[in-house]
Each structure stands twice: as C-alpha cells, then as structure tokens.
Design a protein. Structure first.
Length: 261
C-alpha cells in the first residue's frame, strides 16, 4: 500500500521506536498523529518532524483519548496506517528475594498498558479504517487495501527472561492476537502484522552505564550492536508497502535468543 496521501496514527510516538516510525511515515508522505502521554516530549517530537505531524496527548488505555486520536487522524486524511508502540517494560520477579509475592496490581498494570492498550487502539482504529474506501487495483502489486495495523511485540514473548513474566505475558498476547485479527479483518481489506524487536537503543537503555550497553550489544550475533529505532521504522514501512505481509509476528533481533537472565 502506498504511504503517500494516507493518514497514520502512531502510539508511544514521543520517543524511541514510535518517534522513528512517525518520522519515517511522515517523510514517506503520510500525515501522522503522534499519541503519547502528556508532556513536552510529544510537542518537541511533532515539531521536529514538521508540518506533517501533530501531537495529541493521551493514554492508550482510555477509550476517549484513543477515539480522539483516531478522529483527529481521520479528519486529516483517510486513516490507513496504525502503529502501536506504546508500552512499558518493568522487570520484577514473581516472588522477590525476601519471599514477597509480586503485587497483583503491578502485573495488571503491565497487561493493561501493553496488551489491553494495544487492543483498545486496534478496535477503534479498525472501525474507522473499515469506513474508508479501498485503494489499489487489480494488479498483484497493488491489490485493493483499506489499511495496515502494525503492533509491537517483543522477543520476550518467546524467550522471556527471569523477572519478565508480566512483560512476556503482555507481549505474548500481542503476538497471539495477530493472526486472529488478520483473519477477522481480511474481509475488510485490512492487514495486521506484529514486530518482535530484540534489544534496541531506546531511551530505556540510554540511561544504562556504557559497559552494560556494550555487554547487551555483544549478545547480538549479527550485527553485534543494539538495534537502532530506524531499523524498526524501516520494517514498518516495508510491512505497509508489501501486501503479502499479513498475520505474522516478525522477529527483528539480529538472531539473538535471550538467556534466562
């Protein structure tokens, strides 16, 4: 599907993977709505992208916030691209070293933001996408489509480490719902794909000491470096433009397989 002329909604877009994706889509000709928590970072991100970007503060778990973002994007052009990057990645053992169990609210928070928040965006955005006219033609390279939804899973969905039970469960859920959503939306000409990133150089990692960052990078077989957010955004763009990518979760990890700890 052509990106030029479309409207896009990217969550978690004030930094990291979301910002790189919003920037790439805007440079490819889309008008992009950046949805992220309130704060100056979102305004700076939109300003840095330029006139094709608009920041909207909101929480992906709140229906009214997401609906406002969907409506804003649809008002700027046909909403055809949605990329879910909002999420958190806390590390907590189920039973800590003192024998105390993980507070259930902590587990619930991760599931609510990473999994339920993602689904909240999908359900509201898909409804708007279904109301648009399909684009494309009869040729194989330009099959009619209404839109593409790209979700962010994680390699932790498949080889989560100690302390990642909540995070792995949330991202495993994102991966697991990809195929049934793609099957459901096929009749509406909407594709659904998930990306499972490995270790990426996002703001979460930039606060770590340099020797820790180097150690993490050395765990990646090839290329032996941390993933760059532009690696992620390049895959998002390819997914949007390649009509045969649908219903799958794509590992983007340099062949890493995470050890237990």
């Amino acid at each position: 599907m052509r990106i030029d002329g479309c409207s896009a909604l990217v969550t978690g877009a004030a930094s990291g993977l979301g910002l790189a994706t919003a920037t790439a889509l805007a440079h490819a000709g889309a008008v992009v709505v950046l949805l992220d928590l309130p704060g100056a970072a979102g305004e700076r991100a939109a300003a840095g992208i330029g006139g094709r970007a608009r920041f909207l503060p909101g929480d992906v778990t709140r229906t009214e916030d997401v609906q406002a973002a969907v409506d804003t994007a649809a008002a700027l052009g046909p909403l055809r691209i949605v990329v879910n990057c909002a999420g958190i990645a806390p590390g907590q053992r189920t039973v800590d070293r003192n024998g105390a169990p993980l507070p259930l609210d902590d587990f619930d928070r991760v599931i609510r933001i990473n999994l339920i928040g993602t689904f909240n965006v999908i359900r509201l955005a898909a409804a708007a996408m279904q109301a648009t006219d399909p684009i494309g033609g009869p040729a194989a390279a330009s099959a009619p489509e209404r839109g593409v939804i790209v979700n962010t899973a994680s390699v932790a969905a498949f080889d989560g480490q100690i302390g990642q039970a909540a995070y792995a469960a949330s991202k495993g859920g994102v991966a697991a719902m990809t195929l049934p959503l793609a099957r459901e939306f096929a009749r509406s000409l909407i594709r659904v794909v998930a990306i499972a990133p490995g270790i990426f150089d996002t703001p979460l990692l930039r606060g770590l000491p340099e020797n820790v960052r180097e150690s993490l990078a050395a765990q990646v077989p090839h290329p032996a470096r941390l993933g760059d957010p532009t690696d992620f955004s390049a895959l998002v763009r390819h997914i949007v433009e390649n009509p045969m990518l649908n219903g799958d979760t794509i590992r983007l990890d340099g062949a890493i397989r995470m050890p237990p700890r």
